[in-house]
Design a binder for this molecule. Structure first.
Ligand SMILES: [Zn+2]
Length: 495
């Protein structure tokens, strides 16, 4: 049990939580987005990040501070909060990223943890090794051992009230990630970043991001706060939250703005090519794209204002994700986002490969289930219903039908059939998720899922005589019904 992190609401593997940060004297609501602040270049003043954007926490790099003569002594003297002008929680990175980029840094975990403590960091980071994707297994294992030693050094350090990150590495080997998660969870460290994700995120490899997160989560305690290190594009926040991440950090808002790139919830656009802004944030409401391009510095700075738009759209999406968790329609939001980019669709499909894991934390009841795409047929609610079917009491002779019960029949009971769930007793019609809103024109995926429900019921009750009346199901759905179930196409019967 980690007493500094409390989970309030769940939807799929997503959650709204409260992370207590004792050294800052604040509690941060998660999912939280930590804007990355470059201590040398304050693109947006940290005070404004809190007041105008609602940032409760930010992240900066202690390694850069330590190795920059111009600011090091000032930060040591004033403390990080006064130096940045931010009184929320501040997380610091350790130089691991520089280690990954340049292959060598001149600081140990012991030294950098001590430095982070001295400058007043609220959440410190050891020098782990961010093993990139696609390396050979031998290297991933070797570097994982180094990361484990870094975690041990961090545990041994004097940290007082400061929380400490325990990064989970393992490259693109799910079993190594899972083992690393289990190891990190067994330490007395506090926050669990899934590391070395930037190369995957930059190339939109969202399916592998989801695999890495799910693998880490299988090893971690369910109540461990998880940080998706380097993730802050608004397009993928809903997906990453639904996979179980609680903290995000965005350098994207500033880096993208530098290249004239404009973030949206469905991708990245180039300011140069835009004629209209699809957004109503203060920046977009006050400028047309042409006006924003032509600012001369006296009336504002293009890069700065573009960074502000990027932050607005990211925080807006984060609030939308939280509202979706509260209403229980997070997976519908992920589904909507998945329509924006094929790589996001791969991410959603990979997430649904783990529907059994999502099912464990998915609430039993929420607002209506909307069937909005054939991915909806793989949601955890469908799986849960199929599991439940094997536990329901059934009579000897049972009719399952998509139409109303026939007025004359000699069955012992007549159950409804509703794709994608399949059969259920009429008495359950008003219970979640069977109250689902499903389109009149049901697709094949929903019919196949319903057929799997029929199979689940038939398998659990081998003695029961079952007849199924279906509304012109596609052949692969009919094929998924066990042979011993008698089927009738209601369309052919004229019902
Ligand atoms: Zn905007």
């Amino acid at each position: 049990m980690r007493d500094h992190f409390e989970i309030r609401d769940h939807d799929a593997a997503g959650r709204i939580g409260r992370l207590e940060v004792p050294r800052a004297g604040v509690t941060v609501e998660t999912p939280a987005l930590l804007p990355v602040v470059n201590p040398n270049v304050l693109t947006v003043e940290p005070r404004r990040l809190a007041e105008e954007f609602g940032a409760e926490m930010l992240i900066t790099n202690s390694y850069i501070i330590r190795s920059t003569d111009r600011i090091r002594d000032r930060v040591l003297e004033e403390g990080l909060h006064d130096f940045l002008g931010f009184d929320g929680a501040i997380m610091t990175d350790s130089g691991s990223f520089q280690l990954a980029e340049y292959g060598d840094i001149d600081v140990t975990t012991e030294e950098i943890i001590e430095f982070q403590r001295r400058i007043g960091s609220d959440v410190a980071t050891p020098v782990d090794v961010p093993t990139p994707p696609d390396v050979d297994r031998e290297r991933a294992e070797r570097e994982l051992e180094t990361t484990k030693r870094a975690l041990a050094d961090a545990e041994a350090a004097e940290t007082g009230e400061m929380l400490v990150n325990a990064p989970v590495q393992g490259s693109t080997f799910p079993d190594l990630r899972e083992g690393a998660g289990r190891h990190a969870s067994a330490t007395d460290l506090d926050v669990f970043p899934v590391g070395a994700m930037v190369p995957l995120l930059n190339s939109y490899r969202y399916a592998e991001v989801v695999e890495a997160v799910r693998a880490a989560k299988r090893g971690l305690d369910p109540d461990a706060p998880v940080h998706l290190f380097g993730a802050g594009h608004p397009m993928m926040l809903a997906l990453a939250v639904a996979a179980g991440c609680d903290l995000f950090d965005s350098a994207a808002y500033a880096l993208m703005a530098r290249d004239g790139r404009y973030l949206t919830v469905s991708g990245t656009e180039h300011l140069e090519e835009m004629e209209y802004f699809p957004c109503s944030c203060p920046v977009c409401a006050a400028h047309t794209p042409a006006e924003l391009r032509e600012l001369d510095g006296n009336d504002g700075d293009t890069e700065q204002l573009l960074a502000e738009h990027n932050l607005h759209v990211t925080f807006e999406e984060l609030r939308r994700v939280k509202a979706a968790i509260r209403s229980g329609n997070l997976l519908q939001l992920v589904d909507r986002r998945a329509r924006g980019h094929p790589a996001m669709l791969d991410g959603l499909r990979t997430l649904l490969d783990h529907a059994d894991e999502l099912e464990r934390t998915d609430p039993a009841s929420k607002d209506a289930f909307f069937y909005t795409s054939h991915e909806s047929a793989r949601r955890p609610e469908v799986r849960r219903h199929h599991d439940r079917l094997s536990r329901l009491a059934v009579p000897d002779r049972l009719l399952l039908t998509e139409s109303d019960a026939p007025s004359n029949h000699d069955y012992d009971a007549v159950w409804r059939v509703k794709p994608p769930f399949g059969p259920f007793p009429r008495a359950l019609s008003e219970t979640y998720p069977l109250t689902a809103e499903v389109p009149e024109r049901v697709d094949g995926a929903a019919q196949v899922a319903a057929a799997e429900g029929v199979a689940s019921l038939a398998d659990a009750n081998p003695e029961t005589e079952i007849t199924l009346g279906h509304d012109d199901w596609v052949p692969r759905a009919v094929d998924a019904v066990p042979e011993r179930v008698e089927t009738e196409n209601l369309r052919h019967l004229g019902r």
